[in-house]
Design a protein around this ligand. Structure first.
Ligand code: TRP
Ligand code: SF4
Length: 365
């Protein structure tokens, strides 16, 4: 162990390995059993939400039937995969529990913070594709907004925010002073807080589901609220999703390793092939697996079911039988591949319609 302070880099696309240390250093909390009970949903029940800030405030608001919001965003810089689906599923879960929901298609962010997006036009194209998928996953059109198409009050607010962050503070949090990234951060803070700002909404509790690597944004955003006493905003909470591992090596599904990620735009048969090649937690041979059972907890194929299959009974059956050595990887991967293919077929059928809606949303000024 070193005493080096940890820096979370929201742009590095690396997996946070030492959760404990991050939790301790930055004051992220674990989800308690009572909190899990407040949300009867597989993401909570299966421990796929690893940490939070101020989730308690949301539970209180929910129980008191006070308004609260849930907001997330995706930097439009590439196609969406099953990892993004989990974040969107989290927002849909909160909507079910009564939250006002917001989904930011962060096209400006994509252009500003990702070198691979070379022009704004490219970012708009990614926004259209990302929104098409978000709609097909069940996000409401009225809950989606595009960063580049917001009313001017939103940009005024971003400039207001910029004046309240010192270079030293920014450098200490992010370890960079790249202007594109500074702009992206300021827009992201405006995203997270604007539902509490007139004319967009009013002060209320909110929660932002993201990967743990995005926590620096949450911390800075929470600090911002006190700098604008006139707006009476509540510091929003954060909710940190576990990362789904890629199908093969590595610990985080990522667009930079397309052979191990399931994209929402993958042809079902293409996804099937990837699923059949997944890294499992099975024994070296059938004999060993019969004797000792498999290990679903480290199995990258099982992770797909754990994150995405809602059928609790079936997921539990697979877990138990795998451990008992009565259910084997070949059949299991086939079941998983079938599940993924069926999902993709239905999703892409919806996409035919929703992609048109997305294109229309981008044409509007
Ligand atoms: N920066 C986020 C990403 O890289 C995207 C984002 C933009 C976002 N605005 C947001 C995430 C607001 C959460 C809340 O994916
Ligand atoms: Fe993974 Fe299924 Fe094999 Fe168990 S049986 S190790 S869950 S692929």
């Amino acid at each position: 162990m070193t005493d080096e302070p940890i820096k979370l880099d929201p742009w590095a696309n690396v997996e946070v390995k030492d959760y404990e240390k991050v939790f301790e250093e930055f004051g992220v909390e674990r989800v308690t059993d009572d909190q899990k009970k407040a949300f009867k949903h597989h993401l909570f029940q299966r421990n796929l939400i690893v940490g939070h800030r101020d989730l308690g405030n949301i539970i209180k608001a929910k129980e008191a039937k006070k308004p609260f919001y849930c907001l997330t965003g995706i930097a439009c810089s590439g196609p969406l995969h099953f990892g993004h689906k989990t974040i969107i599923d989290t927002v849909l879960m909160f909507r079910k529990f009564g939250a006002k929901t917001f989904f930011a298609a962060a096209d400006l962010d994509g252009y500003l913070s990702r070198p691979k997006v070379r022009t704004l036009d490219e970012a708009y194209d990614f926004a259209a594709e990302n929104i098409g998928h978000a709609l097909a996953l069940g996000v409401d059109e009225k809950d989606i907004y595009i960063q580049s198409r917001m009313p001017s009050r939103y940009y005024d607010f971003a400039f207001e925010i910029s004046k309240k962050i010192t270079p030293a503070e920014f450098q200490a949090i992010y370890g960079t002073m790249e202007l594109g990234k500074i702009s992206a951060v300021i827009l992201q803070i405006a995203d997270i807080l604007h539902p509490q700002l007139n004319p967009f909404g009013k002060p209320m509790q909110g929660i932002v589901p993201v990967g743990l690597d995005q926590d620096p944004h949450i911390r800075l955003t929470r600090d911002m609220c006190a700098k604008f006493p006139q707006y009476k905003m509540f510091p929003p909470g954060g909710l940190y999703n576990a990362h789904q591992p890629g199908l093969r090596e590595g610990t985080k599904m990522s667009s930079s390793h397309p052979e191990t990620a399931i994209f929402l735009s993958d042809k079902p048969e293409e996804a099937r092939k990837k699923c059949m090649k997944a890294l499992t937690g099975g024994g070296n041979n059938l004999e060993e697996q019969r004797k000792y059972g498999g290990n679903p907890d480290i199995c990258h194929s099982y992770a797909t079911l754990k994150f995405h299959m809602e059928n609790e009974k079936e997921v539990q059956r697979i877990y138990k039988e795998c451990k008992a050595g009565t259910w084997f990887c070949g059949e299991c991967k086939k079941l998983t591949a079938d599940f993924v293919c069926d999902f993709l077929k239905a999703h892409q059928e919806k996409l035919k319609k929703t992609r048109k809606i997305a294109d229309r949303m981008l044409e509007k000024e």
